[in-house]
Write a protein that binds this ligand. Structure first.
Ligand SMILES: [Zn+2]
Length: 93
C-alpha cells in the first residue's frame, strides 16, 4: 500500500477509532473518500444526555487535505485496499 503522505496513512490506520479517520466506501458508481470523526471509542458507553448529539460526523474528500493530491487519481489502483465501507454513516452500524 502506497500512501500519498503520512497524514492520510495515519488517519487511515485510525479509522473506526475515536478521533479522525480516513477511508474509502463503496458508492453506486465507484468509491468515495471519507474523512470521519468519532467522538467515542468503539466500546464506549453512549453518554447520557437529552440534547441532540453527533457521535460520528463525516464529509467526503476529493483532495488530500495535507499534500493536495487528487485522491481519485492517486489511489486509482488501490482504492479497494482503503475500503472500510462498514464504517460509513448509513452503510452499517
Ligand atoms: Zn496526502
Amino acid at each position: 500500500m502506497k500512501f500519498c503522505c503520512r497524514g492520510i496513512e495515519g488517519l487511515h490506520q485510525n479509522s473506526g477509532l475515536r478521533e479522525f479517520g480516513v477511508f474509502t466506501a463503496r458508492y453506486p458508481d465507484g468509491f468515495v473518500f471519507v474523512l470521519q470523526h468519532r467522538a467515542l471509542d468503539p466500546d464506549a458507553l453512549p453518554p447520557f444526555t437529552e440534547s441532540p448529539m453527533s457521535a460520528v460526523s463525516e464529509l467526503q474528500l476529493n483532495y488530500c487535505p495535507w499534500c493536495g493530491v487528487s485522491l481519485e487519481q492517486f489511489y486509482r489502483d488501490q482504492v479497494q485496499e482503503l475500503d472500510k465501507s462498514e464504517l460509513k454513516l448509513g452503510m452499517g452500524r
